[in-house]
Design a protein around this ligand. Structure first.
Ligand code: 8X3
Length: 247
């Protein structure tokens, strides 16, 4: 029997992370899920037969503790934790929001990756960073998030160069609009405003992105999907959507 592959998914208590954990478990991976909300995580681990561990990617001590419990050979790391806060123009930028976005989307991604690189080298593994189309384009009011995601993309590309010559694969998976808790978090819990983001169009679902993670992770070992940009049909860019067009 082939050895069971091990995956780590960060930010797995909901949305893309949770859907990815489910898809990977269904494909036979043993999935270690990390997030701050441990109750949700434990329910997910029980459902998927995996392991739940508290992880705050913005807290170095939490990252160290989480990564220390990962087996020496890791096959897949999905850096999904992160998100957006606020939609203020730069003239009204909120330091706290920007600091949190950089701490989670950039520093968190770096810290988890750095800590698990030995395990990934040992497992001839694969790093899938969930970035965003915001790592490729900018839009008014989005500077804190787009800047952080541009940085996450730069880190991902740098990593691929630095790991050249090793068997570790590196993928930048960049979704457009996915209906998850993303917008509610961005608008500090304003559910009505969040709902408006997806009105009049069919956004991607967390499962659509999980499907992409599974696809990039299951190519033959010599194939590296460098980048995968995925948007709903109704979206042409971060600030460019067709509403009420039957899409
Ligand atoms: C979010 C992408 O298009 O919703 O990462 O701004 S979008």
């Amino acid at each position: 029997m082939a050895e069971q592959k091990i995956a780590v998914v960060t930010g797995a208590s909901s949305g893309i992370g949770a859907a990815t954990a489910r898809a990977l478990a269904a494909a036979g991976y043993r999935v270690i899920v990390g997030a701050r909300r441990i109750e949700r995580l434990e329910a997910l681990a029980a459902e998927t037969g995996g392991e739940a561990r508290t992880l705050d990617v913005g807290d170095p001590a939490s990252v160290t503790a989480f990564c220390a419990a990962v087996p020496p050979a890791l096959h897949l790391l999905v850096n999904n934790a992160g998100g957006a806060l606020g939609l203020e123009p730069i003239a009204e930028a909120r330091d706290e929001d920007w600091e949190t976005m950089y701490r989670t989307n950039v520093l968190g991604l770096m810290r988890v990756t750095r800590a698990l690189l030995p395990n990934l080298l040992e497992g001839r593994g694969h790093i899938v960073n969930i970035t965003s189309i915001a790592g490729r384009d900018v839009y008014s009011g989005g500077a804190g998030y787009t800047a952080a995601k541009h940085a996450a993309r730069a880190v991902t590309e740098t990593l691929r160069i630095e790991l050249n010559g090793t068997p570790v694969r590196v993928t930048d998976l960049a979704p457009g609009m996915v209906e998850t808790e993303f917008s509610e978090v961005r608008f500090h819990g304003d559910a009505e405003r969040a709902k408006g983001v997806y009105e009049g169009l069919t956004p991607l679902t967390a499962e659509d992105i999980a499907d992409c993670v599974l696809w990039v992770a299951t190519r033959p070992w010599h194939v590296n999907i460098d980048e995968l940009v995925v948007k709903p049909v109704a979206q042409a860019g971060p600030g460019k959507v067709a509403r009420n067009a039957g899409l």
